[in-house]
Design a protein around this ligand. Structure first.
Ligand code: SF4
Ligand code: SF4
Ligand code: SF4
Ligand code: FES
Length: 503
């Protein structure tokens, strides 16, 4: 047996064990990308680095065998930097978008490509479910959203942007907006929301979903704030607002109209409720007189009072309805953390690889999984399905299980750090019946090559070229459907990135 220390933990393992496995045996997690149990080891990714505390030397743990008396560090600042640099090198020639640009541009971060895939299949209920993960008021937004997503839609590089906003509205209309999201177990907590504009309504939706009780205080005799004052009935009929309110009431929302909140009743509301959200408009002079110190978005909409959170145009003028809606979601996020006794932090989006503008030839690659034709007018179900089918599915297929993305997030990698010159041109190979191959997302780990070889694939895969220019390829310029006849699924499963993924 060999004795060693990792992060000052005593470990005893049999000779021949790798440092990676030794660490694992005592619950120390070391990230890895190119290593796979049962495959031969060719250390290429270098994200599994550990440090010899005596010499300061860094080594890949997957390829280093344990030695008696070793004393290693797996989580100090230098190790962190080494791993971060390894990830940044991998990202330097990586061409792909984790998230579709439309989703990134949506202030509410709605999963647009997923919604489009459901609509294209005629699954409107499922589409609405995706929409309502992030968007509390899809029917309203479907009428008044300024659609920042459509401005960056990749389909514009082919012909015209996908009609995202109307598709969202259609998902609400076709499923008759009856969908009620799952609600967490009821808590005994009560939240007061002051102001019934878009931000307040959206906040109430996310508070109710988290299982808390919620009461909305509106000083006017009608609900809706700026939805009543700044939007004409031509832009959005009253029934649209009514139907959204009805859904919130079904979820348990209590509404108090003609109920101004001011310095006379603010303290008693604070006493009665576990948390208060101020989501009222800029015209709320009464609220402004409460002498609160507003911290704003970066500080999770806290105020100087621990149980009071403030957003709406009181903090920043929200011209765009979808921004107000996103702010309502964030307000609810802060309150939910506070009520659950968690640290209150502004939510942060996960690492996102992005490659910028599509080149002409790349537009053709993207069209391979879409249909030709300009923007369709959406008059009926068939029209909506045809329009949704124009979506190019710009999100990555491995969005939730890509080791490169996870490591980039963990080590806060800067994808531009080692960027050099022109990027490679993106390609998508669709000629295999069950997998897609995107070479510019390959990190050359060699796992697919080995798996094909072990399973005696007749053609299999190989590496061509040298050094930085090495590329995983099918021999004799054949296509990937010839290369992987039995191991396609396995290869897609072990591929650490979205280079090989199931269709
Ligand atoms: S392969 Fe990973 S890092 Fe690259 S675009 Fe896909 S999810 Fe993002
Ligand atoms: S083509 Fe689809 S996924 Fe791509 S940006 Fe447009 S709506 Fe989003
Ligand atoms: S395509 Fe093959 S070599 Fe490239 S990252 Fe995926 S498994 Fe590794
Ligand atoms: S070098 Fe060790 S996992 Fe890649």
């Amino acid at each position: 047996m060999v004795k060693l220390k990792i992060d000052n933990k005593d470990i005893e393992v049999s000779a021949g064990t790798t440092v990676l496995k030794a660490a694992e045996s005592v619950g120390i997690h070391i990230p890895s990308m190119c290593y796979l149990d049962g495959c031969s080891n060719h250390p290429t990714c270098m994200v599994c680095m550990v440090k010899d505390t005596q010499t300061g030397k860094m080594m890949p743990s997957c390829a280093t065998k344990v030695v008696d008396g070793m004393n290693l560090a797996s989580e100090d600042a230098e190790v962190f930097e080494a791993r971060k640099e390894a990830v940044e090198l991998l990202l330097s020639d990586h061409v792909g978008d984790c998230e579709a640009p439309c989703r990134v541009a949506c202030p509410a971060f709605m999963d647009i490509p997923k919604m489009n895939r459901f609509i294209a299949q005629g699954k409107f209920d499922e589409a609405l479910e995706i929409v309502k993960e992030e968007i509390a008021l899809p029917h309203i937004l479907g009428h008044i959203c300024s659609a920042p997503c459509e401005k960056v839609c990749r389909r514009k590089d082919v012909d015209e942007a996908v009609s995202i906003c109307i598709l969202k509205r259609t998902s609400a209309e076709k499923s008759e907006n009856t969908y009620l999201p799952e609600v967490d177990k009821a808590s005994s907590k009560k939240v007061a929301i002051i102001g019934s504009g878009v931000a307040g309504l959206a906040a109430s939706y996310h508070i109710l979903r988290a299982g808390h009780k919620c009461t909305l205080f509106e000083k006017e005799s009608v609900i809706g704030g700026m939805l009543q004052t700044a939007i004409t009935k031509d832009e959005m009929p009253q029934e649209v607002l009514d139907s959204e309110i009805e859904i919130l009431q079904k979820l348990g929302l209590e509404i108090k109209l003609n109920s101004p909140v001011n310095s006379d009743n603010f303290e008693s509301i604070r006493e009665e409720y576990d948390a208060v959200i101020i989501a009222s408009g800029s015209d709320s002079d009464e609220i402004a007189k409460l002498n609160l110190d507003f911290k704003g978005e970066k500080e999770a909409f806290k105020t100087n009072l621990p149980d009071v959170f403030a957003g709406g145009s009181l903090v920043r003028l929200q011209k765009m309805a979808v921004k107000a809606l996103a702010q309502g979601k964030e307000l609810a996020h802060s309150v939910n953390q506070s009520l659950n006794g968690q640290e209150i932090k502004a939510s942060k989006r996960k690492f996102n690889s992005r490659f910028g503008v599509l080149r002409q030839t790349e537009a053709l690659e993207y069209l391979k999984e879409s249909v030709e034709g300009n923007r369709k007018e959406i008059k009926n179900t068939a029209g909506a399905m045809a329009e949704a089918a124009r979506c190019l599915h710009c999100d990555c297929r491995k969005i939730d299980n890509c080791k490169l993305r996870d490591c980039a997030e963990t080590y806060q990698a800067d994808r531009r750090k080692f960027l050099m010159g022109d990027r490679e041109t993106l390609k998508k190979h669709f000629n295999h019946e069950s997998i897609v191959y995107e070479p510019e997302k390959c990190i050359k780990c060699g796992l697919c090559v080995e798996i094909a070889q072990r399973n005696k694939e007749l053609t299999g895969l190989t590496f061509i070229g040298r050094g930085f220019d090495v590329e995983m390829a099918v021999p004799f310029n054949q296509n990937i459907s010839v290369a992987l006849t039995q191991t396609a699924h396995k290869c897609a499963e072990v591929c650490p990135t979205g280079a090989l993924a199931l269709k």
